[in-house]
Design a protein around this ligand. Sequence first.
Ligand code: SF4
Ligand code: SF4
Length: 82
Amino acid sequence: MPQEIIEVAFELPSMEVVSYLCKGCGLCVTHCPQKCIEFSDQFNELGYKYAQYKGEGCTGCGICFYCCPEPGAIKVYKKVRE
Ligand code: SF4
Ligand code: SF4
């Protein structure tokens, strides 16, 4: 399996919504225990107001990832365990 080295410019843990894959169901917004996901004011290419990370507060628990019904719409970033 190919390995990748990815440098990121944000604090970890963190998350990202791939906006064009989001269908705005709100499950991640509702279930994030840290309440750090919100709806954007913008519409995506599918016509949905997509979810987005507020920019702070994520613990990397992964709940949003597991409750999202759209494959690939949510990415959670955590540090690798040494
Ligand atoms: S990983 Fe957990 S804390 Fe972070 S945004 Fe998702 S549900 Fe919230
Ligand atoms: S759970 Fe997935 S599809 Fe639903 S609002 Fe969140 S990112 Fe969008």
